[in-house]
Design a protein around this ligand. Structure first.
Ligand SMILES: Nc1ncnc2c1ncn2[C@@H]1O[C@H](COP(=O)(O)OP(=O)(O)OP(=O)(O)O)[C@@H](O)[C@H]1O
Ligand SMILES: [Mg+2]
Length: 375
C-alpha cells in the first residue's frame, strides 16, 4: 500500500511534512520472482508507461515547433504492447504523469516497461524512474541518476572526459554573454543542453563566428528555456551504435552510418530535427556501416564504456561523429533511445534480422534478467 505524506501548516505558516516512514511498507524484495511466475504461469503483468504527444500539457508562449518531438504516438505504443502480448504478457498501458503512483497501486504490475521521456523539466527522463524507485517496482531502462545524467549533455560530457573518453571540446553557456573559452575554435555547434530527437538542431546550429554563436546561444536559451551546449563542430560521418543487455552481457547491433544524400540539398549534413522528423521518409543509412573490423570494434568498445560509466541499463544508443582520419568523438548517449518501429535502434536490429517485437522483448528480458527473474 502506498502512503501519501500529509502536509500540515504550522501556526507560524511554515509547512510541516509528517514523517510517514513508519507507516510505509518497504519496497518489494526484488530478488524474488514475480508472483505470477511463482504461481507457475509464464505470463507477467507489464505496465507499459508512455508519454503521448496528444496528452502533453499546453506548451509555453512562443514554444518552438519541435517542442513535442520527443513524445510518443498511439501507433508506436500499440506496437510495444503487441510485442509483449505476443509473448503472452498482460500489458496495461498508462500515461506517465502525476497520477501514475495511484494507478500503479491499483494495478500492481510485476514490472514496468518505461518509455517516458517526461513532459517537462530539466531532468524530465528521470521523473518516472525516480517514482518507480520510490515505489520499489522493477522497471526497464535507466534509473533516475543515469536518466538525469544522460539527459544533460554538458554533465555527461564532463563525466566521459574524466574517464578519458573522446568528446569534442565543449562549453556550457548559461547566458549569451558568457566568455567564450579561447580553446574553442570555429566552426562551433550549438544545441540545447538537454533535449533529444534533434530538437533545436538545424542548419543554424553550425556557427562560424562569434556574432552568430551568441545569436544562436541566445535563441536556444530563450526558446528551449535551458542552457546551450556549444561544441567544436566535428566534420565527418554520423555514426550510431546500439546495444541491449547489461554489464558485460551485452549484444551490439550493427553500427549505423547516416547517409545524408537523400535529404534536400539545402540541409547541412547533420542529423537534426528536420532530418529526423520533417524529412523522416528521406532517411537513408548504411547498416552495417562500412568501417572495417578494427574501427567497428573500437566504436563498440567506446559504446560499452560510455554505457557502463553513465550507469545505463538494458539498452542504449551512443551517437558519434567520426572524422575522415578515423577519430571517433562521442556526441551523446541515449539512455532511453527511441524504440518505435522506425527508430534508429529498431532499424539496426532489423539489419541483422530481428523484428521490432524481438527488440522490445529483448529490452524487457534484459530488465527481467537484471532483477534476477529468469525462467
Ligand atoms: N559537435 C558536433 N559536431 C558535428 N555535428 C554534431 C555535433 N553535435 C551534434 N551534431 C549533429 O547533430 C546531430 C544530433 O546531435 P545529438 O545526438 O547531440 O542530438 P539529440 O537531439 O540528442 O539526438 P537524438 O535524436 O539521438 O536524441 C548529430 O547526430 C550530428 O549530426
Ligand atoms: Mg543523437
Amino acid at each position: 500500500m502506498l502512503v501519501k505524506p500529509t502536509n500540515n501548516v504550522s501556526s507560524n505558516g511554515t509547512h510541516l511534512v509528517e514523517d510517514s516512514t513508519a507507516a510505509q511498507e518497504l519496497p518489494a524484495d526484488l530478488s524474488e520472482p514475480p508472483k505470477r511466475w511463482r504461481n507457475g504461469t509464464a505470463t507477467l503483468r507489464v505496465a507499459l508507461l508512455v508519454n503521448l504527444a496528444r496528452n502533453a500539457p499546453p506548451t509555453h508562449h512562443n514554444a518552438p515547433s519541435d517542442i513535442l518531438a520527443e513524445l510518443d504516438a498511439d501507433k508506436n505504443v500499440e506496437a510495444y504492447a503487441a510485442a509483449m502480448r505476443a509473448h503472452h504478457h498482460e500489458v496495461l498501458i498508462q500515461e506517465g504523469n502525476a497520477r501514475l503512483a495511484e494507478w500503479l497501486e491499483k494495478v500492481q504490475p510485476d514490472i514496468c516497461f518505461n518509455t517516458c521521456e517526461g513532459f517537462g523539466g530539466e531532468s524530465r527522463e528521470a521523473q518516472v524512474p525516480a517514482l518507480l524507485e520510490m515505489l520499489g517496482l522493477p522497471y526497464s531502462g535507466p534509473g533516475p541518476l543515469a536518466a538525469a545524467l544522460t539527459h544533460d549533455k554538458p554533465t555527461t560530457q564532463r563525466v566521459l572526459y574524466c574517464y578519458g573518453l573522446p568528446v569534442p571540446p565543449f562549453q556550457q553557456f548559461n547566458s549569451p554573454n558568457d566568455l567564450l573559452n579561447p580553446n574553442l575554435h570555429f566552426p562551433l555547434f550549438v544545441k540545447p543542453a538537454h533535449e533529444g530527437t534533434g530538437m533545436g538542431i538545424r542548419n543554424d546550429s553550425i556557427v562560424r563566428d562569434e556574432r552568430r554563436l551568441r545569436e544562436q546561444v541566445a535563441y536556444i536559451i530563450k526558446a528551449y528555456r535551458q542552457p546551450a551546449m556549444v561544441e567544436a563542430y566535428v566534420e565527418g560521418k554520423d555514426i550510431t551504435c546500439g546495444l541491449v543487455g547489461n554489464g558485460n552481457d551485452v549484444h551490439f547491433f550493427p553500427i549505423t552510418e547516416v547517409d545524408f544524400s537523400g535529404y534536400p540539398a539545402d540541409l547541412e549534413p547533420i542529423y537534426g530535427v528536420q532530418q529526423k522528423v520533417d524529412y523522416a521518409d528521406y532517411y537513408r543509412n548504411k547498416c552495417p556501416a562500412p568501417l572495417g573490423e578494427q574501427l567497428t570494434n573500437e566504436i563498440r568498445r567506446l559504446t560499452h564504456q560510455v554505457f557502463l560509466v553513465t550507469g545505463c541499463r538494458d539498452f542504449a544508443r551512443v551517437d558519434f561523429r567520426l572524422t575522415d582520419d578515423g577519430q571517433p568523438y562521442v556526441l551523446e548517449i541515449n539512455g532511453l533511445p527511441g524504440i518505435t518501429p522506425v527508430s534508429d535502434l529498431t532499424l539496426m536490429a532489423e539489419a541483422e534480422g530481428w523484428t521490432h517485437g524481438d527488440l522490445v522483448r529483448a529490452v524487457l528480458d534484459a530488465a527481467l534478467k537484471r532483477y534476477g527473474f529468469s525462467r
